[in-house]
Design a protein around this ligand. Structure first.
Ligand code: SAH
Length: 372
């Protein structure tokens, strides 16, 4: 019996494979399964990512019959840009709407010749770090590899060239979505796609130790770790995942991550919270903690958001802290706050998350503390 034409159509739509997030080997396998030579897969990959083409009919070196076949069984789905917000300093924040209506944010940060794209890995975040506004949104789901690489695809089209650097520092915890993030990072580095050097692709994590060990086997990118405290007692409060993977497990795992290459360093991110983690005693504790680990420390002035109770350390305090690290031989810099007039700075990305973690309900109402 023949089904209703509309349901036929829907079924067809549902069955289509999105090619956007497929790596070179994934494409080769997909095209081989279609019964054609693997090189067609490489050609299509190049059309999608190098030339930004999403219409199979515009792929001139793909045989006509194969194009017709692809129209039936495959698609290239690009999220819609719901909002593009330029900041005064040249930073741009894009709010992307995904197929299910959820929204995530991507930020482009130009700095001279360097053009850094800050990419999201999840809709919201499940980790609940106390100073991060993404955490306040709660968590909905992982992004697919297509939705992750789509952020690079869109930025490349919007800007006319690929970013020079990608940091997985947008919404979400990338190591909680390891497989999809690894696939997307492979595409970032792929010669047939964006050709970004592995040292210019950085994954930032709050420290999910087993996933970090797996990442080491799957991918060789730069590593940034959200440290934020020099001891477990304080880190337990600021970055609650520390209760599961405390510093004595995290630090050796990070050290192992870079041990194959003597030129590599771990970048430690350290948000500067007034009166919380910014004392000279804490700088000394940090120096002891990082002893013998090839390190770079990025001090991040705290970026406030509605409902946040922390205050940023003063510029003077941050500089004192930095000098202390420098004297101990630890390379350290203060991260420039970029795009804060459009809430695009670190920890300010929120998108639109249909929270499934019920965090909003559990969280007590907090009141902003005015700066004295
Ligand atoms: N979940 C990953 C990726 C987020 S990266 C991670 O934790 O590393 C974003 C960086 O900005 C992290 O180092 C995060 O701790 C930091 N951050 C979060 N909220 C912030 C805020 N309000 N001000 C400054 N930095 C913040």
């Amino acid at each position: 019996m023949r089904a209703h034409p509309l349901s036929d159509l829907l079924e067809n739509q549902l069955a289509k494979t999105n090619l956007l997030g497929m790596t070179r080997s994934g494409m080769e396998a997909y095209f081989t399964d279609l019964g054609v030579k693997a090189f067609h897969g490489r050609n299509v990959l190049k059309w999608i990512h190098k030339h930004g083409v999403t219409d199979f009919d515009a792929m001139s070196d793909v045989p006509k019959a194969l194009r017709a076949r692809l129209r039936e069984c495959a698609e290239i789905v690009i999220p819609r840009i719901a909002l593009a917000q330029p900041a005064r300093d040249g930073t741009i924040k894009w709010l992307l709407e995904l197929a299910d209506g959820q929204r995530v944010e991507t930020v482009h940060i130009p700095d001279g010749a360097r053009r850094t794209l800050c990419v999201s890995s999840q809709v919201g975040c499940a980790l609940d770090c106390s100073f991060c506004s993404t955490a306040q949104q709660g968590f909905n789901r992982n992004l697919s590899s297509a939705e992750i690489i789509a952020q690079v695809w869109l930025a490349t089209r919007e800007l006319g060239c690929p970013p020079t650097n990608v940091v997985m520092m947008g919404m979400g915890e990338p190591l909680a979505n390891l497989d999809n993030v690894v696939q997307a990072m492979e595409l970032m580095q792929e010669d047939l796609a964006y050709m970004i050097a592995k040292t210019r692709v950085t994954i930032s994590t709050s420290g999910i130790v087993p996933a970090l060990r797996r990442l080491r086997e799957l991918s060789d990118v730069s590593l940034a770790v959200s440290l934020h405290a020099p001891d477990n007692a304080l880190r337990d409060q600021l970055v609650p995942i520390n209760r599961k993977y405390p510093l004595e497990e995290l630090i050796p795992a990070c050290r192992e991550f870079i041990q194959h290459d003597r030129r590599r360093k771990i970048t430690w991110e350290y948000v500067m919270l007034d009166g919380v983690n910014d004392s000279i005693a804490q700088a000394k504790a940090l120096i002891r903690l990082l002893q013998g680990v090839p390190s770079k420390v990025n001090l991040i002035p705290f970026n406030p958001f509605p409902g946040s109770t922390y205050r940023s350390s003063t510029a003077e305090q941050i500089e004192l802290f930095r000098q202390r690290l420098k004297r101990a031989g630890i390379m350290s810099m203060t991260r420039k706050t970029r795009g804060d007039d459009i809430d695009a700075a670190c920890g300010q990305l929120v998108g639109k998350v249909r929270d499934r973690s019920r965090r909003q309900l559990r969280r007590p109402q907090v009141v902003q503390v005015p700066r004295s």
